[in-house]
Design a protein around this ligand. Structure first.
Ligand code: FAD
Length: 272
């Protein structure tokens, strides 16, 4: 496989950086091709602004989706964005590695998504009308590829469990796993999460590293999270509401978008 690691930590010697090295070395030892985007080291520009859309005239009002779509269609996006899009199209699998900061990804990584997922590439793909809501959630530019998160978190596993005060980790990561990865088509693997990351010592690191090696060895075979496909018949169009009768009795919120029949099997493969 061809694998793209997108790494977002300001310190190369961090725990997250060590996990990036473990992931890269294991994947290469397995015969995979690996490319790393190191956002801090590369000085990635995180904010979207008019400089991102060279065709825009100085007096034109900036409407980001329109400007993004026009620049994408014209092949006029900036070179840094185009390079990342090419890496995404090249890779069979994408792995995002980051510390959990305020229950989400660091701003530099969010800015990578904001800029690289241009209109026509990450969103605004496919026919979009009253009867078909585009190619998204399992379809899109990145369909057929795999993606997963490698996340370090200061909190305890219990704090992120079903009744934990921080909220369940799969709920917190839903906007990334479902909204950023499944949306443009990825099959999303269960996340690899290191809890109490600030307290990891040498022995703890070796245990974590071995678990991550196993996840890297099984990257091609791990069963994805069973997110429903938008155009698979589970949702009404154009309301995009889940059809009555689907979902576990009493289920609400994010859990509705997991296919219950598949959920048990996916839980068996969760490796965090
Ligand atoms: P580091 O600080 O680099 O290292 C952590 C430990 O691992 C250290 O003891 C280090 O010595 C050890 N280590 C690193 N590499 C190795 C190695 N190769 N071998 C052996 N030991 C090693 N946490 C939450 O749970 N939820 C939040 O919402 C949240 N928000 C945050 C917001 C901000 C702005 C910040 C700064 C932190 C936040 N945290 C939060 C905590 C954060 O998630 C952790 O600090 C972070 O995940 C730790 O990962 P790191 O890579 O920065 O670790």
């Amino acid at each position: 496989m061809k694998v793209l690691l997108v790494y977002a930590h300001p310190e190369p010697r961090s725990l997250t950086g060590s996990l990036r090295d473990v992931a890269r070395e294991t994947l290469q030892a397995e015969g995979h091709e690996v490319v790393v985007s190191d956002l801090y080291a590369d000085g990635w520009k995180a904010e979207v602004d008019r400089a991102d859309f060279p065709p825009l005239t100085p007096d034109a009002r900036l409407k980001v989706p329109a400007a993004s779509g026009e620049a994408f269609t014209a092949g006029a996006l900036t070179a840094d964005v185009v390079a990342e899009q090419e890496k995404l199209l090249w890779a069979d699998a994408l792995i995002l590695l980051f510390p959990l900061w305020w229950f989400s990804m660091p701003a530099i990584l969010k800015g990578w998504v904001d800029r690289v997922y241009a209109y026509g590439f990450g969103y605004g793909v496919g026919e979009h009308n009253d009867t078909r809501w585009g190619d998204r959630y399992g379809e899109g530019m990145l369909a057929g590829k795999r993606a997963m998160l490698v996340v370090t978190a200061g909190g305890w596993a219990d704090h992120y469990s079903d009744r934990g005060i921080n909220g369940p980790i799969n709920d917190l990561l839903f906007p990334i796993n479902h909204g950023i990865l499944h949306y443009p088509g990825y099959d999303v693997l269960p996340p690899f999460v290191v809890y109490q990351a600030d307290r990891v010592d040498e022995a703890g690191f070796e245990a974590v590293a071995e678990d991550l090696r196993e996840r890297m060895r099984t990257l091609a075979t791990t069963r994805p999270l069973p997110y429903r496909r938008q155009n698979g018949g589970d949702y009404l169009i154009p309301s995009m509401r889940l059809c009555d009768g689907l979902g576990a009795p009493g289920a609400t919120g994010f859990a509705l978008h997991l296919d219950g029949a598949e959920r048990g099997r996916a839980a068996d493969t969760a490796g965090d």
